[in-house]
Design a protein around this ligand. Structure first.
Ligand code: C5P
Length: 307
């Protein structure tokens, strides 16, 4: 482990995901409220003779271990910015579901940026790091920042959001992932079909009521305000998710929704005990490949002791 640096990076869910019209650059205008959860990937970076990526964890076979891995692209982008040699060995210990709508790839990119900046002792401004993060993917800046934040633009422009207390969640991980571009294409298709006679939405409103509920720390006020515009598209591509959502609510969750572009479903629970009981019931119901509990908001990518 000599000379390495490790960053621990949380998964995210979107408490609100408002999707506006498709822009000319192929992205959709968003108004989203991100929340970082206590489910982490660890990304370690060490100097090496060539750039490599090794992935550990149950889902390692679903993650590319070549230069297309977002963590490798992050290191290359940071090295180019700093005029540094990008050759490092990247090791990812994955706990965040792959292609699950929880920003697992973005977390790895954020972790690689923070760890490599440390390894190379770069004197880089936070804003510069966030600009490199934004070029890598819409969710990467949030994976760096963590906590709770309002995301606008394509999700990369962030404003911190006031929050009180801790929320307890149950995550139902599906057996098959969903591709984010596929889900966005599906929402465009559904909207074109359903709204053929209506003018395109002008923009996306800020989730003010939800932000107030978060500031109050009252989960019972937060629960009815959770919203995801991508949910109909994810359900259209994976109709079985309806069963998962129903099972979570029947198990006693305050509310449930598809996380981001899915297919992971996130259930908000009244407290930690309720989350354990909802998780146990969901595990027994057989609707998900894996069930996890997590709490949040938690901080974003941070260096951890390497030993
Ligand atoms: O930014 P990221 O690489 O995560 O985006 C993956 C894909 O998701 C984009 O290529 C685009 O198809 C879709 N997307 C979108 N609007 C956004 C974010 C992502 O259409 N705001």
């Amino acid at each position: 482990m000599m000379g390495g640096a490790t960053a621990r990076v949380p998964a995210k869910i979107n408490l609100h995901l408002g999707v506006g019209p498709l822009r000319d650059d192929g992205f959709h205008e968003l108004s989203t409220l991100y929340c970082a959860l206590s489910l982490y990937d660890d990304v370690t970076v060490r100097a090496a003779d060539e750039l490599s990526v090794t992935v550990h964890g149950e889902s390692r076979r679903q993650v590319p271990s070549d230069a297309t891995n977002l963590a490798a692209r992050a290191v290359v982008a940071l090295a180019a910015h700093a005029g540094t040699d990008p050759r490092v060995e990247i090791t990812i210990n994955k706990s965040i579901p792959v292609a699950g709508g929880m920003a697992g790839g973005s977390a790895d990119a954020a972790g690689a940026l923070v760890a490599a900046a440390r390894l190379w002792r770069l004197d880089i401004e936070r804003d510069e790091l966030l600009a490199i993060a934004a070029d890598l993917g819409s969710d990467v800046p949030f994976s760096v920042v963590g906590g709770a934040a309002l995301g606008t633009g394509r999700g990369e422009r962030l404003l911190p959001v006031l929050h009180r207390g801790e929320m307890h969640w149950v995550l139902a991980v599906a057996g098959t992932g969903l591709s984010t571009p596929d889900v966005y294409r599906e929402i465009d298709r559904l909207r074109a079909r359903d709204d053929a006679d209506r003018p395109a939405a002008a923009g996306v409103a800020r989730p003010d009521a939800l932000m107030q509920a978060l500031a109050s720390g009252d989960v019972h006020a937060v629960a009815p305000l959770l919203h995801n515009d991508l949910q109909p598209a994810a359900l259209s591509l994976q109709p079985m998710l309806r069963r998962t959502l129903r099972a979570g609510r029947e198990a006693g969750a305050l509310a449930g929704m598809v996380s981001g572009s899915g297919p992971t479903c996130a259930f908000l629970c009244a407290d930690a005990d309720a989350a354990v009981s909802v998780a146990a019931e969901l595990s027994g119901s057989g609707v998900a490949k894996a069930v996890r509990t997590a709490s949040g908001p938690v901080p974003g990518a941070r260096l951890v002791q390497n030993n």
